[in-house]
Design a protein around this ligand. Structure first.
Ligand SMILES: *[C@@H]1O[C@H](CO)[C@@H](O)[C@H](O)[C@H]1NC(C)=O
Ligand SMILES: *[C@@H]1O[C@H](CO)[C@@H](O)[C@H](O)[C@H]1NC(C)=O
Ligand SMILES: *[C@@H]1O[C@H](CO)[C@@H](O)[C@H](O)[C@H]1NC(C)=O
Ligand SMILES: *[C@@H]1O[C@H](CO)[C@@H](O)[C@H](O)[C@H]1NC(C)=O
Length: 446
């Protein structure tokens, strides 16, 4: 592991610092899970929709996927036959990009290939199992990448290292990685291909956990990526590059899905989170209760950013290419919230204190100042007085403002409790009145 560590040190301290800073400033991105799994689009028994094929083969979820499949398509219907139904006939990349932009997200990460092995671009290593040869008959990665960039957002690609049922991989694995036929003939050519073709600003690896990074040849790939590839000056990566690497090595850390430790982490990290709590790929079944409310999503975003994380929020488009109205509404709601409160999110750094138990408050601070802090609170306090215990004014001239509202707020220090008198809700702009989280900007704090 020593040389790996050395490489990672070179990699994270060398060239990509600028890129990591830009990634850090952006704070909020959109994750997209789209593939053949979007066709059956069914989740049950804890099996996420994008794991449908796995559920079909292994009986995971107490056989509930098999049961649904047998009943709906018949036991002889092969998973591969779903690809024909990946129609994308209502897909409009510019419309997706416009929605992402309105959400306030600054980057997008799309599944170039999930564990099923189907590629969303015309991969020569995935003949007849890619979005150009079968299904939509188009380069999904290319179309989304172009539209996202035209909208002024940065583009990243998710790539699954393993493919559950690829016979080459299954054989390598049964040889405990002493053969690397799958890595040499499929994985590495594909990783190089997506970098050379689309020049992604993020490579989001996954599906790494069954084998060590030596098998995947992750070190070799990352050395090329950071030293010689066309994105060497712009790319950042995550940490899922082999068994035991996650949360220890690589670029920013993802650790687990929905990782949100709730306390400051020194190493840059990301909370990948999903709007439909059951699944990352679209699921037709279920109901509104399965989708996170805007309050829940804002609490994830805020607590994540306060503790040095980025928030990567997932949508699962349908096989015909729609981002359904529930997803759409959540993204637009976040965008409205960020219109008022974005100053307390983008380009911020963690403050000396992350939270304040007094009233569910999270703190951030702008990178440009050491004497300014933002206190973001979830619920409007009783009698419109917000009490904070972590703030120390530099002087009686400290200024307290509510983002979105003009004018300074009166405050009083009593011991270590700072009481801030909020305006009357009725005096706020109408769109601010209906928010469930608000920001106090404090200028002149110690
Ligand atoms: C579905 O059909 C397959 C093939 O006939 C069978 O092996 C499996 O037990 C069935 N599963 C369920 C849950 O009905
Ligand atoms: C499998 O390979 C790993 C990594 O090379 C090694 O640590 C482990 O001992 C091997 N296991 C067996 C059963 O040979
Ligand atoms: C912040 O949250 C942690 C974890 O819940 C808690 O232990 C701590 O007391 C909180 N800090 C303050 C200042 O309330
Ligand atoms: C804030 O403080 C840190 C640590 O002392 C220092 O490195 C940095 O330059 C300061 N930033 C500003 C904007 O004053």
């Amino acid at each position: 592991m020593a040389s790996w560590r050395l490489l990672v040190v070179l990699v994270t301290v060398g060239l990509p610092l600028v890129c990591l800073a830009r990634y850090d400033d952006s704070k909020f991105g959109i994750f997209i899970h789209w593939g053949v799994f979007s066709v059956p689009s069914y989740s049950c028994g804890g099996v996420a929709a994008e794991w449908y094929w796995n559920g079909l083969e292994t009986g995971a979820g107490n056989g509930c996927i098999q049961e649904f499949h047998n009943k709906t398509y018949g036991p002889n219907f092969k998973y591969a036959d779903f690809a024909k139904g990946f129609s994308a006939e209502l897909f409009d990349a510019a419309r997706w990009a416009n929605l992402f932009k309105k959400s306030g997200a600054k980057y997008v990460v799309l599944t170039s290939k999930h564990h099923e092995g189907f590629t969303n671009w015309p991969s020569p290593q995935s003949w007849n199992w890619n979005s150009a040869d079968v299904g939509p008959g188009q380069d999904n990665v290319g179309l989304v990448t172009e539209a996202v960039r035209a909208g002024g957002l940065r583009m990243g690609l998710y790539h699954s290292l393993f493919e559950w049922f690829n016979p080459l991989y299954v054989t390598d694995r049964s040889n405990n990685g002493s053969t690397t036929v799958y890595v040499d003939t499929i994985l590495q050519p594909q990783l190089h291909d997506i970098v050379n073709r689309y020049k992604p600003e993020i490579i989001w690896a996954d599906g790494d956990w069954e084998m060590y990074d030596t098998y995947w040849k992750s070190k070799e790939f990352l050395a090329w990526l950071y030293n010689d590839s066309p994105v060497r000056d712009t790319v950042v990566t995550n940490d899922r590059w082999g068994k035991d690497d996650s949360c220890k090595h690589g670029g920013y850390w993802t650790c687990t899905d929905r990782y949100n430790p709730g306390v400051l982490q020194e190493h840059k990290w990301e909370n990948c989170f999903t709007i439909d709590s059951r699944t990352w790929g679209y699921a037709r079944n279920g109901g509104i209760g399965d989708y996170q409310t805007i309050d829940q999503l804002l609490q994830e975003l805020i607590s994540t950013v306060a503790c040095n994380g980025n928030f990567l929020l997932n949508v699962g488009p349908t096989s015909d290419g729609i981002i359904t109205p529930v997803y759409e509404e959540r993204l637009l709601q976040i965008g409205t919230w960020l219109d008022f409160n974005g100053e307390a999110i983008y380009a911020t750094k963690p403050w000396r204190s992350q939270n304040d138990t007094a009233s569910s408050v999270w703190y951030t601070a702008p990178k440009w100042s050491n004497s300014t802090a933002y206190a973001i609170f979830y619920a409007w306090p009783a009698e419109s007085v917000l009490r904070l215990t972590q703030v120390v004014p530099q002087s009686p001239n400290m200024v307290a403002q509510l983002l979105g509202y003009r004018g300074n707020l009166a405050w009083k220090l009593n011991g270590n409790t700072l009481a801030i008198v909020l305006p009357e809700i009725a005096h706020l702009p109408p769109l601010l009145q209906v928010q469930t989280a608000f920001t106090i900007k404090l200028v002149g704090v110690q």
